[in-house]
Design a protein around this ligand. Structure first.
Ligand code: ACO
Length: 354
């Protein structure tokens, strides 16, 4: 890991975005063959039309995360050995240990990196982004990969209509680098409340309930969710922190180019946007195509909208997830497009600040 000395006005900026989407699609029509549901119910209650499912025997979360990481390296035009830290946000790691970050490190050849996994369910990417930003701001690293990757199909019960319609598989992530032009991550409000853990969890497979025949028979290795409880807390939690971030940074709705919300339910997103007084064209929304990909949703939005973003655009990222965990981050986008970025001298090359 390289060590750099930072002045206090250095922010951690996103300088590249990458993603991986499995090819196999699971549509609402497909799910109608598995459980008692309808396309109309799923679309009207969640906004989801289809999701991607990772198939293939030796493919877990690290497979998707490594592909996303490689796309980031290619787009930024850097080598894997330049990466200092790899943080993977996930609740569906390949194994309990080693960390998925180790497997990604080996796969891409990031020979100078250290790293770890971060578990915060659907808020995982936001917590990981802020953790990575803190490492950059401390001066202890100049290139941090932050990847959200989840293979939700591996913990979804496809006989439970209340959960199986919601989730999909994907990975996406960003590269964080120091920026001295007042772009990057400016402010965050991050929260958790463990009292709500039972409303959204997977009980089996950990140290409390190690895997046994009984835990399998009781379906304890699948997601369990009290949807209504989570819905109510999510709307309030996400909206509260998003509005707080706006007020604290004197942002009006006109100042915000995009809300980048976790994609769990379109009705939650619409409610948050209403509290922020944002028009629909200021909301990144791709839930119809991918469903809820847990830690991948926010960077997947950044990937899908990347070419619409310009340097200086104000974004508010907001998420809510199991734990409960939730938060909002205010950042200023640091580059105009993939092409323009590579010739943009305002982004600090790590070598210049060594
Ligand atoms: N098809 C048809 N009917 C269904 C389906 C389905 N797929 N699922 C549930 N229903 C039925 C229920 O059985 C119930 O029927 P009943 O009234 O006869 O009992 C009825 O629809 C209403 O069920 P609710 O659970 O109240 O439905 P709701 O409108 O709350 O929608 C949903 C459910 C979509 C899960 C919603 O509650 C939600 O989005 N919750 C929040 C999810 C979330 O944000 N999670 C956090 C992130 S995830 C993470 O961290 C891993």
């Amino acid at each position: 890991m390289t060590s750099v000395t930072m002045s206090p006005d250095i922010h951690a900026a996103i300088t590249a975005v990458g993603h991986y989407l499995p090819e196999t699609r699971l549509t609402n029509q497909d799910l109608m063959k598995l459980v008692d549901t309808t396309d109309e119910w799923i679309k009207s209650r969640t906004g989801i039309e289809e999701r991607r499912i990772l198939t293939g025997e030796k493919k877990g979360v690290s497979y998707m995360a490594a592909h996303a990481a490689q796309e980031i390296l290619d787009k930024r035009g850097i080598q894997a050995d330049e990466i200092d830290v790899i943080i993977v946000a996930t609740v569906t790691a390949d194994m309990s240990f080693p960390a998925t970050a180790c497997l990604v490190q080996a796969e891409i050849g990031a020979t100078n990196a250290w790293g770890f996994d971060l578990s915060a369910a659907c808020t995982g990417f936001l917590f990981a982004l802020n953790t990575g930003a803190g490492i950059i701001e401390s001066g202890r690293a100049s290139k941090v990969l932050v990847i959200g990757s989840d293979k939700m199909s591996s913990i979804t019960d496809y006989t439970d209509r209340k959960t199986c319609v919601l989730f999909g598989d994907a990975a996406a992530g960003v590269l964080l680098e120091p920026d001295a032009n007042n772009n990057g991550i400016i402010d965050s409000e991050l929260r958790m409340d463990g009292h709500g853990w039972e409303a959204l969890c997977m009980l089996g497979g950990g140290s409390l309930h190690p895997a046994t025949h009984d835990t399998v028979d009781q379906k304890m290795h699948y997601i369990q969710q009290d949807g209504q409880t989570v819905f109510k807390v999510a709307v309030k939690g996400m909206a509260d922190v998003a509005v707080e971030i706006m007020e604290r940074n004197h942002l009006t709705s006109d100042d915000i180019r995009f809300l980048v919300p976790h994609q769990a339910n379109q009705r939650i997103i619409d409610a948050v946007a209403r509290r922020m007084k944002l028009d629909p064209d200021r909301i990144m929304l791709n839930i119809s195509r991918y469903g809820n990909t847990t830690a991948a949703t926010i960077p997947l939005c950044l990937h899908d909208w990347e070419l619409d973003l310009n340097e200086g655009d104000n974004l508010v990222l907001a998420a809510f997830g199991g734990g409960f965990t939730w938060g909002a981050t205010y950042l200023r986008w640091a580059y105009d497009s993939v092409e323009a970025k590579h010739s943009d001298p305002s982004l600090i090359d790590a070598q210049q600040v060594l």
